[in-house]
Design a binder for this molecule. Structure first.
Ligand code: SME
Length: 159
């Protein structure tokens, strides 16, 4: 599998590798949580300047921590609270360039400076969110939005 090919200095190559690896690893033949675990690892491996990659999964009106890579994180987030809860409630991707300027930000790792959250939605039903933190401000832009929304689309295909 491509995961052993090593990190490239070229972000666009790494982004291609994320999607290629996901196509190789994601499978309908294993429990869904297994796919989430590998997806967090793949994104963490190929994405530079990130300190946390993981999932929060919806249960009633709360998001609960799912598979992740990084420091231990808060275990539950109410729908509509924090970046994750807002992205989940509004069902749209949120990019926060500087978390210190976002009043509703929930801090889990003091190193985190910017964040992107992509909702996971199938047939209008919310499943959860993909959450990624960076130790640098303004780490996530439109390219990252495209790559991560494409990655989540691959996941949704096997939901
Ligand atoms: N910052 C998130 C909380 C989750 S951690 O970043 C892992 C938020 O505001 O929802």
């Amino acid at each position: 599998m491509f995961i052993n090919s090593g990190l490239s200095a070229n972000r666009s190559i790494n982004y291609d590798l994320i999607l290629e690896n996901l196509k190789g690893y994601l499978s309908k033949g294993v429990p869904f949580i297994t796919n989430l675990a590998n997806m967090a690892a793949i994104i963490r491996y190929f994405f530079d300047e990130v300190n946390w990659v993981g999932f929060y999964l919806i249960e009633k009106d709360r998001l609960f921590l799912g598979p992740f890579q990084g420091l231990p994180a808060c275990t539950e987030i109410p729908l509509g609270k924090g970046v994750c809860g807002i992205a989940a409630k509004d069902q749209k991707t949120m990019i926060i360039n500087d978390v210190t300027q976002f009043p509703d930000y929930i801090s889990c790792d003091a190193c985190s400076k910017s964040e992107i959250v992509v909702p996971i939605i199938k047939n209008n039903a919310l499943f959860g969110v993909l959450d990624i933190d960076s130790p640098n401000v303004s780490r996530f832009g439109e390219t990252e939005r495209f790559v991560l929304e494409s990655a989540v689309a691959l996941l949704v295909d096997i939901l």
